[in-house]
Design a protein around this ligand. Structure first.
Ligand code: 8YV
Length: 315
């Protein structure tokens, strides 16, 4: 039986690429110098798209592949896939939930600790001789016992909150409704009210058109000059221009961000600030999790072409 043709939107490590190529004819979109000419030449043969969370598949790509049956996303976030276009054409979509939840939560909590305790500049303080020349490192803010807000108590938000409970943080959350699996944490529907009672505001919502800029100027101002915003979801959940203004004017204390508008290029204003911790969108970036994500991408494609149930369907 001939192997199904798959459009590959971004690169994968060898441990994923080799088994993908064993099972499928992979067409590497990301290596094409002229991507529209490439799509024109291979589009008709394509039955599946393998993409990454941040790259997705837009309508133009989907429509360039008239025989497309399935889009398999390497990532829990599928906001960059045009779901409407997929729905119209009966194209199935899968993602990689669960396998990355704990690593993403770990990184979010680590960012809070690193930023609060000034660990990046503390490292420099040791390495550049400041410790010997200037003496003791400046004092930083405590984490334990403070108040945390979790905006979006889904799988990742829940794991963040569980970890925060270990630091004796007083936890509240916002979501569409109160969750019966979170009886010990305070439900606050309104994001501004949540922000008002938060020293640390974690943004853990799945991004969509409805959540765009849910962290707006009012929410940011409500976190305030002593507070911190931690984003391990998608940049679109925060009004980035308002965030930059607030960080520059210090009306927001600090931020710890794994995601940026237009990443990997980021607004150069971020790089001028010493009250922001910037990370290169690597919350799921451990060997263990990325291998599990890659396997799920393949297993969903294999299940689809074998006529079996998809393991983790979105559509
Ligand atoms: C990945 C992600 O960094 O899961 C997501 O939605 O954004 C991340 O886990 C990304 O998809 C890997 O390319």
């Amino acid at each position: 039986m001939s192997k199904p043709d798959i459009l590959q939107v971004g690169p994968y490590p060898d441990w994923d690429q080799i088994p993908l190529e064993d099972a499928f004819n992979m067409h590497k979109y990301f290596e094409a110098s002229d991507t529209s000419a490439f799509l024109q030449s291979v589009g008709g043969s394509i039955r599946g798209i393998a993409t990454r969370g941040e790259l997705g598949a837009d309508r133009a790509m989907i429509e360039a592949c008239p025989n497309l049956e399935v889009v398999s996303v390497y990532g829990v976030g599928y906001d960059a896939v045009d779901l409407e276009a997929c729905r119209e054409k009966g194209i199935r979509v899968t993602n990689t939930p669960d396998v990355l939840t704990n690593d993403v939560a770990d990184l979010g909590v680590a960012m809070m600790l690193v930023q609060s305790r000034g660990m990046i500049s503390a490292e420099t303080w040791v390495r550049d001789g400041s410790w010997q020349q200037k003496g003791l490192y400046p004092l930083k803010s405590r984490v334990w016992g403070k108040r945390a807000g979790v905006l979006g108590l889904g799988r990742i938000g829940f794991e963040v909150a569980k970890r925060l409970a270990g630091f004796d943080l007083d936890i509240a959350y916002s979501d569409i409704s109160a969750k019966d699996y979170a009886p010990d944490w305070t439900f606050i529907a309104d994001p501004v009210e949540l922000a008002q009672r938060s020293d640390f505001l974690f943004v853990t919502l799945a991004a969509s058109a409805q959540t765009r800029h849910i962290v707006n100027r009012d929410v940011i101002e409500a976190v305030g000059p002593e507070g911190m915003i931690i984003n391990i979801s998608r940049a679109s959940n925060i009004d980035e221009a308002a965030l930059l203004d607030a960080l520059e004017s210090k009306s927001l204390g600090s931020a710890a961000l794994d995601v940026f508008e237009g990443e990997p290029a980021l607004n150069p204003r971020f790089l001028e600030l010493d009250n922001v911790l910037v990370q290169p969108h690597h919350a799921s970036g451990t060997f263990e999790t990325r291998k599990a994500m890659g396997k799920l991408v393949r297993d969903n494609l294999k299940a689809h072409f074998a006529g079996q149930d998809l393991l983790t369907p979105v559509l």
